[in-house]
Design a protein around this ligand. Structure first.
Ligand code: NI
Length: 167
């Protein structure tokens, strides 16, 4: 297993549309293992393949307290959504930025697991937020793009300044 470098907003590669996974094989499972390790190490509660510059529809999530509930979603598809919730989100690709985003309260998702088996999952609360956030990544969308243009400009300026300091 290996830790993977995480792309930082506003890297244009975060805006690529990820392609559906055609085959769930050992190479994909190796990627999933690396993504999980990278997410836990960061630490974070979700990571999309897009964030490690792999443009395939793969997501890992673990919202448990003790990091014991790894959820793998391959080719995830939201079948149903309802309600509304506001949650203060962060993102491993936008370090240090936490902003309130409005999303669906409930989602029903269909995906393949790491063995290539289809399943459906119902989620609400933080898990529903995380699923929507990660699927956005696969569609080339970073959570700050749910915010106003003014807020996005401020966040870009702040991150550019941080990048200069750490460079
Ligand atoms: Ni994110």
């Amino acid at each position: 297993m290996a830790l993977l470098p995480i792309l930082r907003y506003p890297d244009p590669r975060l805006h690529k549309q990820a392609a559906p996974v055609a085959r769930v094989d050992d190479a994909l499972r190796a990627l999933i293992a690396d993504m999980a390790e990278t997410m836990y190490e960061a630490p974070g509660i979700g990571l999309a393949a897009t964030q490690v510059n792999v443009h395939q529809r793969v997501v890992v999530i673990d919202v448990s307290e003790d990091k014991s509930a790894l959820l793998v979603l391959i080719n995830p598809d939201i079948l149903e959504r309802s309600g509304e919730q506001v949650y203060e989100e962060g993102c491993l690709s936008v370090p240090g930025v936490y902003e309130k985003v409005t999303r669906s309260e409930y989602v029903r998702v269909r995906a393949l697991d790491a063995q290539g088996e289809p399943f459906t999952l119902e989620a609400d609360g933080v898990l529903a937020v995380c699923i929507q956030h990660e699927i956005d990544h696969l569609d080339g969308k970073v959570f700050v793009e749910h915010l106003s243009q003014l807020k996005q400009s401020r966040i870009k300026a702040r991150l550019a300044k941080q990048a200069r300091i750490t460079a």
